[in-house]
Write a protein that binds this ligand. Structure first.
Ligand code: GAP
Length: 499
C-alpha cells in the first residue's frame, strides 16, 4: 500500500469513506471536490480516445437490472468468489486471497475444491481469531434487491455496465445508421459485493467502469484495424512467459499478431488505444497480460488484462475481451427477441470486442505514478499531466491586503469561464504553493504590489518551482498552450526566468 498517497487522499478529502460519521462499511468511498475534477478529466480523455476519435456512440443506462437480464448474462449463476467462514468468530473471507496472504502462493486460478484442499492440508486458519475455517463455498457477488413495494420483482445492481449496451444494441443499431462496425460505450457505476474489499480504491463494492463494446461482422476483413496499430510497441506478457515466470517483453502489435499472441486484428487496435490512454495519463509502467487458458471464459475468442505496476504489485486495471456473439445470443434466447441485425441484406449476429476499464483503479494508479517524494522541496507533490490536474491554475494574493485580494479575485473571475481555477489566500505563500503542488496544480499565479501597477503576475511552475512574470492579458492563452503541450517547468515556458 502507498500509505503516503492514501493519507494524502484522506487528508485533502479527495476520498472519504462513505457515511464515515456512522463508522463506515468497507468498500465504499465518496469522492471529494478535488478527486471529482481529476476523475472528470480522466473520463474526458477516455471519451476522446475511445469514443470521439472513431465516431462511436455513448449511452447512460440504469443501474438496477431485472433478474432475467442477469440470468442471460450468466451473472446470477456464475458470478461467484470462493468464500469461507470462521467456525468460531464467524468472520467471512475470500479464500483465494486468504491462501495467498497465508502461504504466499498464487491462488487466483484455483477451483473451489482445490482451495478447500489447500486450506485443510496446509492448515490455514482464521487470520482474525486463529480458529478453524469452514467449508469453501461460492458466494455470488451481486447486490440483490426487489423492485416495487410488495412481492416485488427480483433485481440486482448491475455488476458491469456492459449488459445495458448488449440489451440496447439492436435499438441503437437501427436508430444510428444500421452499419457495422459500431462502437457503443458507457461510463457508469457497477456494484460488486466483494467479500473482502481492500487496497484503498483497488477493490471496492461500488465503482465506475468505462466500457466500450465494439460490434462487428466477423466475416468482414478487419486488416485496417491492425494496419493502424501495427507499429505501436507495447509491453506484453504472453502465456509462455507466464509459464516461465517472465514479466513481459516489448513487442510491436504487428509482430504480436504475426506471432499469434493476439487472436484478432481488432484487438491489436484496442491495445494501441489502451496504451494511448495510459501514456496520456502519465503511466508507462504497465504490461498487457494474455489470460491463461483456465482464466478465459469458454465462449471467449481471447482475453487480455492491462496490469499496472503499483506498490500493491501488478494490478489489473483494464481488460480486453473478445466476447464473440455470446451476449447477443444469450439475450436473444432469454428475451425471445432475435437480436441479429441486417446489413446489406445479410443477417448478422455481430461479434463483440470489449475494452473495459475500472475508473477508480485507474485513478489510484495515475495518482501513485504521479506521486513525487521530495525531501529537497520539503513536501511531496503530484506530477499530474496538466490535462488531468484538478485545477489549471491557483491564484494567490501575496498578502491578505484588501487591494491584492480584490485584484486576485477579479483575475479569478475573468479566468473561470476559460480555465479551472482555484483561489488560496490563507497561510504563508510557501504553504500555499505546497498545498497546490500536493494535489498536482501545475501553475500558481501570484498577485503582488507590482500587479497593481503594471497588470502583470508571477507564474510559478509546479515541476521546477521557478517563476516568470507575464501580463494578465496573456494568462489564459499561455496556460492553455502550456497545458496542451504538457509544459510544467518555467524553464520551458518561453519566458525569461525571474530567479
Ligand atoms: N465487462 C467486463 C468486466 O466487467 P472485469 O474484468 O470484471 O470485466 C473490468 O472488470 C474492470 O473493472 C477491471 O479491470 C477493474 O479495473 C474494474 N473492477 C472490477 N472489480 C472491481 C472492484 N471490486 N473494485 C474496483 N474496480 C473493479
Amino acid at each position: 500500500m502507498h500509505e503516503k498517497l492514501h493519507k494524502l487522499l484522506i487528508r485533502r478529502a479527495m476520498i472519504i469513506p462513505t457515511s464515515e460519521i456512522y463508522n463506515p462499511v468497507a468498500g465504499f468511498y465518496d469522492y471529494g471536490p478535488i478527486a471529482v475534477n481529476i476523475k472528470r478529466k480522466v473520463v474526458d480523455l477516455w471519451r476522446q480516445i475511445f469514443i470521439e476519435k472513431d465516431g462511436f456512440l455513448e449511452i447512460d443506462g440504469a443501474t438496477v437490472l431485472q433478474e432475467i437480464a442477469l440470468k442471460a448474462s450468466g451473472h446470477v449463476d456464475n458470478f461467484n468468489d470462493p468464500m469461507t467462514e470462521c467456525q468460531k468468530c464467524h468472520k467471512r473471507f475470500r479464500v483465494d486471497h486468504l491462501v495467498e496472504d497465508a502461504l504466499g502462493i498464487d491462488a487466483s486460478h484455483m477451483s473451489i475444491s482445490e482451495l478447500g484442499k489447500v486450506i485443510a492440508e496446509k492448515n490455514v486458519i482464521c487470520p482474525s481469531c486463529g480458529a478453524k475455517l469452514g467449508q469453501v463455498k461460492p458466494f455470488n457477488l451481486m447486490f440483490e434487491t426487489q423492485i416495487g413495494p410488495v412481492d416485488g420483482i427480483t433485481a440486482y445492481l448491475r455488476p458491469e455496465t456492459a449488459q445495458n449496451i448488449f440489451m440496447n444494441f439492436n435499438k441503437i443499431f437501427n436508430a444510428f445508421g444500421a452499419k457495422l462496425p459500431m462502437g457503443i460505450g458507457q461510463v457508469g457505476r457497477a456494484y460488486r459485493n466483494e467479500i473482502s474489499p481492500r487496497q484503498s480504491l483497488i477493490r471496492v463494492r461500488e465503482f465506475h467502469q468505462m466500457e466500450l463494446e465494439y460490434f462487428f461482422d466477423p466475416e468482414e476483413d478487419d486488416s485496417i484495424m491492425l494496419e493502424k496499430a501495427k507499429n505501436v510497441q507495447v509491453p506484453m506478457q504472453t502465456r509462455q512467459m507466464q509459464r516461465e515466470g517472465k514479466s513481459f517483453a516489448l513487442v510491436t502489435l504487428g509482430d504480436a499478431y504475426k506471432e499469434g499472441y493476439i487472436p484478432a486484428k481488432t484487438m491489436a487496435y484496442f491495445m494501441a488505444k489502451e496504451r494511448e490512454l495510459l501514456n496520456a495519463l502519465g503511466i508507462r509502467d504497465f504490461r498487457i497480460r494474455h489470460l491463461m487458458e483456465d482464466e478465459t471464459p469458454h465462449y471467449s475468442g481471447g482475453n487480455f488484462d492491462v496490469e499496472i505496476a503499483t506498490k500493491f504489485g501488478w494490478v489489473e486495471v483494464m481488460s480486453l475481451a473478445y466476447r464473440t456473439n455470446y451476449d447477443l445470443v444469450r439475450h436473444s434466447k432469454f428475451s425471445g427477441k432475435n437480436l441479429q441485425v441486417t446489413v446489406n441484406d445479410k443477417k448478422v449476429m455481430p461479434h463483440v470486442i470489449e475494452p473495459s476499464i475500472g475508473l477508480g483503479r485507474l485513478l489510484w494508479c495515475v495518482l501513485e505514478h504521479a506521486y513525487v517524494e521530495d525531501k529537497e522541496r520539503g513536501w511531496d507533490w503530484l506530477n499530474l499531466p496538466p490535462k488531468i490536474a484538478p485545477y489549471d491554475i491557483c491564484v494567490l494574493p501575496l498578502m491578505k491586503n484588501s487591494d491584492l485580494v480584490r485584484k486576485a479575485k477579479e483575475i479569478c473571475d475573468n479566468l473561470k469561464p476559460l480555465l479551472d481555477v482555484s483561489y488560496e489566500q490563507s497561510g504563508s505563500i510557501g504553504k500555499r504553493y505546497a498545498k497546490a503542488d500536493e494535489i498536482g496544480v501545475p501553475y500558481c499565479a501570484t498577485v503582488d504590489y507590482q500587479t497593481l501597477e503594471d497588470n502583470t503576475v508571477t507564474i510559478r511552475f509546479r515541476n521546477d518551482g521557478k517563476q516568470i512574470r507575464i501580463p494578465i492579458g496573456n494568462l489564459a492563452e499561455n496556460i492553455r498552450r502550456w497545458k496542451l503541450n504538457g509544459i510544467v517547468e518555467a524553464s520551458k515556458s518561453g519566458y525569461e526566468l525571474l530567479h
